[in-house]
Design a protein around this ligand. Structure first.
Ligand code: 13P
Length: 250
């Protein structure tokens, strides 16, 4: 049985004080939650949120990191810095990083390997654009991004990897993939893991869905065979929306 993993990607929202206040509400609200939970504030709020979630059942995530550990990289953030302030996991290859900031599969793969080498968990995001979906390429795009993102990652390291399928056209648009459509792509992703590694690795791989997840659609999405959790954007910014998603089965 794969354990449900619900993550909140706060994107570029919330000052450190606002982030801390939300983290406190979530910590209180999720104290008895049996799912794996992660929140990913912006870099400037990581420390204030770390002080709240330390020792709780909420993991701390970052939204990105540099491809290398240190050096002359103005504006970048190193895995060593994230580790030092208690970050547990890092979201990598988010579609906004790929499509707005030009991150390539190669860069994302470097980041995945660097995170794992430093003991952090990685959430590898994959997903097709609307054009790609409409031209029938959704499956091949997700397969290619999964293969490229995991290149050089050993099967033993996979227990620190989560894959998040986020169709770009469903992010922040209010449009959600139907549970059947999402499950179909999750199955393709799982089959890709199987062909790269093994049946066992594929069975164990936690694959989140992301794209306009809300309290109203969370249970139905999570009920699908291959959907093991959610990567939530907009609805993760308010406790009264994120709590029912995190506890979708209550
Ligand atoms: P929304 O939930 O706002 O559509 O964002 C999804 C997302 O990009 C999470 O990483």
């Amino acid at each position: 049985m794969r354990r449900s993993f619900i993550a909140g990607n706060w994107k570029m929202h919330k000052t450190p004080a606002e982030a801390k206040a939300l983290a406190e509400e979530l910590k209180a609200g999720l104290a008895g939650c049996g799912h794996k939970i992660l929140i990913a504030p912006s870099f400037t709020a990581l420390e204030s949120v770390a002080s709240v979630v330390k020792g709780s059942n909420i993991l701390l995530g970052a939204q990105n990191m540099a491809t290398v550990e240190q050096g002359a990289h103005t504006g970048e953030t190193s895995v060593l810095m994230l580790k030092a302030i208690g970050v547990d996991a890092v979201i990598l290859g988010h579609s906004e990083r790929r499509h707005v900031y030009g991150e390539t599969d190669e860069m994302i793969n470097e980041k995945v390997k660097l995170a794992l080498a430093n003991g952090l968990e990685a959430i590898l995001c994959v997903g097709e654009t609307l054009d790609e979906r409409e031209s029938g390429k959704a499956e091949s795009v997700v397969k290619t991004q999964t293969e490229a993102g995991l290149k050089g990652v050993s099967e033993a390291e996979l227990d620190k990897v989560t894959i998040a399928y986020e169709p770009v056209w469903a992010i922040g648009t209010g449009k959600t993939a139907t549970p059947d459509d999402a499950d179909q792509i999750h199955k393709v992703t799982r089959d890709t893991v199987k062909s790269l590694y093994s049946e066992d690795a594929a069975e164990k791989m936690v694959i989140q869905y992301g794209g306009s997840v809300k309290p109203e659609n969370a249970a139905q999405l999570m009920g699908m065979e291959n959907i093991d959790g959610a990567l939530v954007g907009g609805a993760s910014l308010k406790a009264d929306l994120f709590l029912p998603i995190a506890e979708y089965d209550k």
